[in-house]
Design a protein around this ligand. Structure first.
Ligand code: GDP
Ligand code: ZN
Length: 459
């Protein structure tokens, strides 16, 4: 992991042209660097209009420099922020000049996420908050922005810390009784240990529910759209997207250039993989796309099997049947599957009412599309409300679920006739460790490195 102590520099703003581009330097002691760049000292937290000059004395840029003295800064170290003009070439020149002038101070280019890592290591933010920064930047909908902001404000961490505190109190109680085994039963009753355990488990359950919603907001729903050629997969994709994103043609097997489309339903991102392109091919580019599709299928949240009830041949087509079997084998266990009948507009007689077993839609006329959208959201457990949701990651869900497993086991060890305070206490400790991993306490270094390396440069 990047735990070096050297001062670091990076462009903090997005690549490309903009009015302003910000370069950030963080380090334990930056005043020597400030001196080297501008031949003067700066007062903390003041905007200074300054010239940065090249070796010949020519001005590279007139910029605004702000110096933040440790520990009152994002990273907890000294920070120097340079607000330059926002041209990529110019920012490159400024970076080079800063590195050149600060060679003696050991200034180096920052790794992705290194500023946030320092903020975390200096206890300015915990890990869940650091992740929230990345999620805020990556957020693809307003709800995701709001969820990440709540997490960054520490709402999620506060819930976790309160649970850790409650478990700690229980552990102190249990461990102080361990020396008096004859009092075990009385202890458990008098301290209401099992009631308190139940309360903690209830709170984790509701956090899991919330985190599931938060994960949906962050990662969206990965949907695999399968079905025989010509049942209307591309048409459905177009209908859901409300615009022409896939190619619709009456010739079977024409969806080959776009395999994945991302759309939103009520602020929830849906990533839909059209499996029409899944076929043997000699084309290298196409083969890569197909491999990516299979990867997506292996992590799908939902499969939609589209059928055309009017076309009986489609069911008999052995290629389609074998593709369907392959997909069913590849999807994760417990992945819900929706069977959807398309081309309801061609049906003679009244369209049967849709239910969760059989949906009837028409990609052409839009009949049943609203029901389908609601069924998609319901099938993956979307609660429907974005109020108060905190953005969450799969990692958080794993930790919460593991903590629950340990608490369930500890409950068994506290059950009548099976009392073992040592094992009860041990399971409490393991549950607490899992919760601690969410905020970063007790997280192994390699995992930490992996999390921060996924941040963007300059953050
Ligand atoms: P895909 O091969 O599964 O992607 O199917 P397409 O979306 O390319 O559609 C195949 C043909 O079925 C096209 O001619 C579409 O216009 C037609 N089609 C798709 N959906 C419907 C529908 O709901 N009703 C009717 N009548 N035709 C449809
Ligand atoms: Zn198609």
């Amino acid at each position: 992991m990047m735990t070096r102590k050297t001062p670091i520099i990076a462009v903090a703003t997005a690549p490309g042209k903009a009015g302003i581009g910000i370069i950030r330097i963080s380090g334990a002691k930056l005043l020597p660097i400030v001196q080297a760049l501008f031949q003067k000292q700066l007062l903390p937290r003041r905007a200074n209009l300054l010239n940065l000059r090249d070796g010949q004395g020519a001005v590279i840029d007139q910029l605004i420099a702000i110096y933040f003295a440790a520990p009152q800064s994002f990273t907890g170290e000294d920070i120097l922020e340079l607000q330059c003009h926002g041209g990529p070439e110019l920012l490159d020149l400024v970076m080079k000049r800063c590195l050149e002038l600060s060679k003696d101070q050991g200034l180096e280019i920052a790794e992705p996420g290194e500023f946030s890592l320092r903020a975390y290591l200096n206890n300015k933010i915990d890990l869940a908050q650091a992740e929230a920064i990345a999620d805020l930047i990556d957020a693809q909908s307003e709800a995701a922005v709001r969820g990440a902001a709540r997490s960054l404000q520490g709402e999620f961490s506060r819930d976790i810390n309160a649970l850790i505190e409650e478990i700690t109190q229980l552990r102190i109680l249990v461990e102080s009784t361990l020396d008096f085994p004859e009092e075990e039963i009385e202890f458990l009753e008098s301290a209401h240990a099992r009631d308190r355990l139940k309360v903690v488990m209830g709170r984790i359950h509701s956090l899991v529910d919330g985190a599931k919603q938060g994960k949906i907001l962050r990662d969206g729903i990965q949907i695999v759209l399968a079905g025989a050629p010509n049942v209307g997969k591309s048409s459905l994709l177009n209908r859901l997207a409300g615009e022409e994103i896939a190619i619709v043609t009456p010739i079977a097997g024409t969806t080959r250039d776009r395999v994945k489309e991302s759309i939103q339903i009520g602020g929830v991102p849906l990533h839909i993989i059209d499996t029409a392109g899944l076929r043997a091919t000699q084309d290298v580019v196409e083969a890569k796309g197909i491999e990516r599709s299979w990867e997506a299928i292996r992590t799908a949240d939902l499969v939609i099997f589209l059928k055309d009830p009017a076309s009986s041949e489609a069911f008999l087509d052995p290629a389609s049947q074998s593709l369907k079997d392959q997909i069913l084998t590849a999807i994760p266990p417990r992945c819900p599957v929706l069977e959807v009948n398309n081309k309801a507009d061609l049906m003679t007689g009244p369209v049967p009412p849709s239910n969760h077993k059989a949906l009837h839609i028409s990609a052409k006329t839009g009949v049943g599309i609203e029901d389908l959208k609601q069924s998609i959201l319901a099938a993956v457990g979307w609660g429907g409300s974005q109020e108060g949701i905190i953005i969450a990651r799969g990692r958080h869900l794993d930790c919460l679920n593991r903590a629950l497993e340990h608490l369930e086991r500890s409950e068994q060890f506290a059950a009548n006739g099976n009392i073992s305070l040592e094992l009860f206490a041990e399971e409490l400790r393991l549950a607490q460790d899992q919760l601690g991993r969410i905020t970063g306490k007790l997280l192994p270094d390699d995992l930490l490195g992996k999390i921060f390396s996924q941040f963007c440069i300059g953050k």
